[in-house]
Design a protein around this ligand. Sequence first.
Ligand code: ZN
Length: 700
Amino acid sequence: MQSRYEDVGAQAAIERWGAHGEAVALRVYTSRLIGQDPGLVLHGGGNTSVKGRRRTLLGDDVECLWVKGSGSSLDRVEPRDLPALDLAYLRRLRTLDQLSDEEMQNQLRTHLFDASSPNPSVEALLHAFLPQTFVDHSHADAICVLTNQEDGEAILRDAMGDGVLVLPFIMPGFPLAKAVADAFERAPTAHGIVLAKHGLFTFGDTARESYERHIELVDRAERFALSRAEGRVVSFSSLTPEESRERMGTVGPVLRGLLAERRVDADTKRVVLELDDSPATLGALGIEDAAALFSTGPLTPDHVIRTKAMPLFVHAPAWGDPSRLAEQLRAGVSAYRDAYDAYFARSCKARGVTRTKLDSGPRVVLLPGLGAIGVGATKKAARVASDITRHTLRGKVLAAEVGAYEALDELDLFDMEYWSLEQAKLGHATPRALDGQVALVTGGAGAIGAAILERCAASGAHVVAVDRDGDRARAAAEEIDARFGCGTALGVEADVTDEASMRRAFDETCVAFGGVDLVVANAGVALVAAIERVSAAELRRLSDVNYIGVALTIREATRVLRAQGTGGSIVVNASKNVFAPGKDFGAYSASKAAALQIAKVAAIELAPLGVRVNAINADAIFAHGEVTSGLWDEVGPERAKSRGMSTEELPAFYRDRNLLKTAVQAAHVGDAVVFFASGAVSTTGATLPVDGGVAEAFPR
Ligand code: ZN
């Protein structure tokens, strides 16, 4: 590992953030250098600080500590993410014999210089009690490899040499802050401290000194570990994209269904998955003692709230025998839950505390022959678990070559997992109607498709835009990602009339998210032609897309929903033409009528699975934002001509024609989909008009 400190970068930081003082600007610069190296910290891990002076409103010149706040990541840290604290006061806290976590948080919050600051790091007092200007803390992989050892202290002394203190594990908070300060006072020439089974602290008078000491020590640890690992290399292995897709297409829905939490008096709490099938991960899972080596605690307790203490390791998955594989997963998840509940009860008893148990399911599932699967309430959380796991597997393999991997013991991990200050990091967002759901929308690149995707994403769902035009499907997904966060959407090219293509689209959805809960059969085509002039080819084309396409979409959805076993919702976008047909629209109306009829049959057939099938009859939707409706592009000119008006006048004509005089919007269809998918009303086989009220099109 090499220092990435550059004078030009430091200078640029001073120019950009100099208004906060040069020390803070450089603090931001080197914090980012640490945060941008996944070998040092992952996803919000680690923290940094700088000490200086600032002037109060009354003109007093006081000592100040800027320390990383909760909720930000070092790689993108800004000056506002470093809350400023009254350092002289914080130092005085060291004289206390004890300080509870809650009171510590209260002391930190009440000694901020800016009341709107985020909560300072739980390790803020540790930074405050050390005398040096700059302090850097990470959970570097290489340090964790050396400290998570049966013989960790001796190995560390061997590897790190003089000048580095090694402290036994102590929970972060006041006692750790005091222990670190005491240790440093006994050895004031030390320039780094390794906290056993946790991570590394370095310090210095300048930002550069503290950062470069950090890199130097991690580099030393890395070289030491690699020198011991010589000659033993994990063989990389890989799957073809097809193999990976097929295996995840089988595993994803079963696993996702097993991991969903069925709750009394509340909706089922669903999860999404993130597969890491990289050659390094597959190779690690293929080593001889993989099960024993990886069924161990995390590299650092900082990871516990993201990954739980233990992963679920599935022994010798029966690839090629889906029912046996499903049984293995079922048994594995069930055993995991039992073990977790036992660990929880055991730990509460040993500590003499009562806590509210978190859900019992795993956050990481390891499947030799497929990869590591991260589990989370959101794609973001699943990715965090997956990223941490990639580093963890590599770290444990290396640790096993250095000596014998030994994680922190169970009770210490329990303390971290159930520490209120750690759980607070996860945040509690306001629940939304489709949280945890995955929605697949055919015709996703069109006007109504775009609106459905948008409304579903706004309601908390992850969405898949399926369209025959792959570029437009991916563009629609990118737009959703830009608005609702990276990883929210996937764009897939598929043709609803092609069985293999639709199967692949659902498998790709399972690779991306693990499964699906809401499927909207929205793709459709229109044609204006009197029956006496319509060709057989045109009739077949309309029937293929509008009817057979819907039927195949329902069929593939059923395959995944059945494997998942957590119910679900299918919504068919029919048409008000089904109830109120118009001339020259026979091929279209008849194909839509068939689609509505098969939706009703599906409602009957799928009810035992808890899958609801409903339809929406929309009328006169011309566009959604920039995207114009394909249907109206097709039929608009003819319709306008027959009514003796221009195409621009059509929207006003249709608005004034309905009972509510409403311009029906694509977003209204999106909201209707969310209404059905939310399960707010227990109904199936229903048809909901979204047309502003058209009496002749009332469902009957
Ligand atoms: Zn830490």
